[in-house]
Write a protein that binds this ligand. Sequence first.
Ligand code: FE
Length: 247
Amino acid sequence: MNYSAFHKLSYGLYIIATEFEGEKVGYIANTAFQITAEPSKIALSCNKNNYSLMKILDSKKFSISVLKKEVDTSLIGKFGFMSSTDIDKFAGVETITAKTGAPIVIDSSVAWFDCQVLNSVDVGSHVLIIAEVVDGDVLSNAEALTYDYYHEKYKMRSPKNAPTYIDEDKLEDEPEPDVEEVKPAEVEEMEANGDGVYSCNICGYQYDPEEGDPANGIAPGTAFEDLPEDYACPLCTAGKDFFTKVE
Ligand code: FE
């Protein structure tokens, strides 16, 4: 079995949110998919360790926000890599309230769905949730974010809770690209000096000095050591202290 075959399946990225007894919770999912047209039904696969799962099953409602390609990455950090038990993920995030009463995140979203839970199926590590779509809207014509784009841009693997997570040991080596990489002299020197790639301990984001972090004003060729002291991980907003050098 070549587990890398799973990487050829395509997905988007979504914020799933709900509210139960006054508490709003949410998480990032890549598995939300339409299963019937009339009436419209959607399914989710949600990890049993996910705090939001019980809230969805208790409230019997949730929203799906379809994220845009140029997503505010702090949303992915908050909703994808932190727990609602530790932080209020909705602080400073723009939401509207769905017909079902679920909060809908509209920051960085191109469309949303409001869903009423019909059924759930225990599938082992995850619970498959089947829901009827009771409302929905398009917020923008901007391109939607795909899992592939996110994976490539941020060099991320699926978090362990994701249904699409694959153990590193199970993956066969990816074929080497057949194009020789040419690095600027200053990057060669930087790497020779040991000023290399740093990884965020919280979410796994990798800071590569060759690429910098242009979206946050960090030019390509900036060594990790030269980042401003208040530099924060673009995915989970962790500070520089949470990064360790990748050996
Ligand atoms: Fe991070």
